[in-house]
Write a protein that binds this ligand. Structure first.
Ligand code: FES
Length: 199
């Protein structure tokens, strides 16, 4: 844990959260209302996870599994449960690529950027899709429709380049077939075939 702690910025000054008290932050701004989804998740999680630091990563994973992402408020309640500074929890979470901090879009598009896929053009897929959706990898479109993600390898390298849309795997994807799939997905319909095999 010491090693991880060195990644933590001093931004929050290591202050422990108070349970209750003022609803204003230190700048005097009114704090946001409690997130009911976080409240619901924590009601069960508090019973499941012991208040020891070994629960930190399982709790982060549990929160993300329940809400699809890690709201800051969830990290704060985890900190409170474990009696550690919120900055410690945020620092640990930021150490792992598995955690995301924005609510995912309605549709998740994950493009493999592994070596086999890269050699077969996945970089171009990411660039073209990012330009067409107006987002960078790791972000969600402003209308909340699509989240564009990348992954190191799906383990389906023979099908490179590989794209997964809402859990459906498509192999040998071209820019044109990917755009067609995205158009169909955005319209709420799925084409019979996600992507045509090239060659
Ligand atoms: S490198 Fe893309 S699936 Fe393995």
């Amino acid at each position: 844990m010491k090693k991880l702690a060195s990644h933590i910025s001093a931004g929050n000054g290591g202050r422990a959260l108070k349970a209750g008290g003022s609803n204003k932050n230190r700048r005097g701004e009114t704090a946001a209302k409690p997130d009911p989804a976080v409240k619901r998740w924590f009601a069960a999680a508090a019973e499941t996870f012991s208040p020891s630091q070994s629960s930190m990563i399982p709790m982060l994973q549990s929160a993300q599994a329940a809400m699809g992402y890690l709201p800051r408020e969830a990290m704060r309640v985890i900190a409170r449960h474990l009696a550690v500074p919120p900055a410690l929890v945020e620092g640990v979470a930021s150490f792992y690529a598995q955690f995301r901090y924005e609510a995912p879009g309605k549709h998740r598009v994950t493009v493999c950027r592994g070596t086999a896929c890269h050699v077969r053009g996945s970089g171009k897929l990411i660039d073209e899709l990012g330009a067409s959706l107006g987002v960078e990898a790791g972000r969600t479109t402003a209308n909340g429709e699509f989240t564009l993600e990348t992954v190191a390898c799906f383990g389906a390298c023979a099908l490179a380049p590989v794209v997964v849309i809402d859990g459906k795997v498509s192999g040998r994807v071209s820019v044109a077939s990917l755009k067609a799939e995205i158009d169909q997905t955005g319209k709420g319909a799925r084409p019979a075939r996600a992507a045509k095999a090239r060659g």
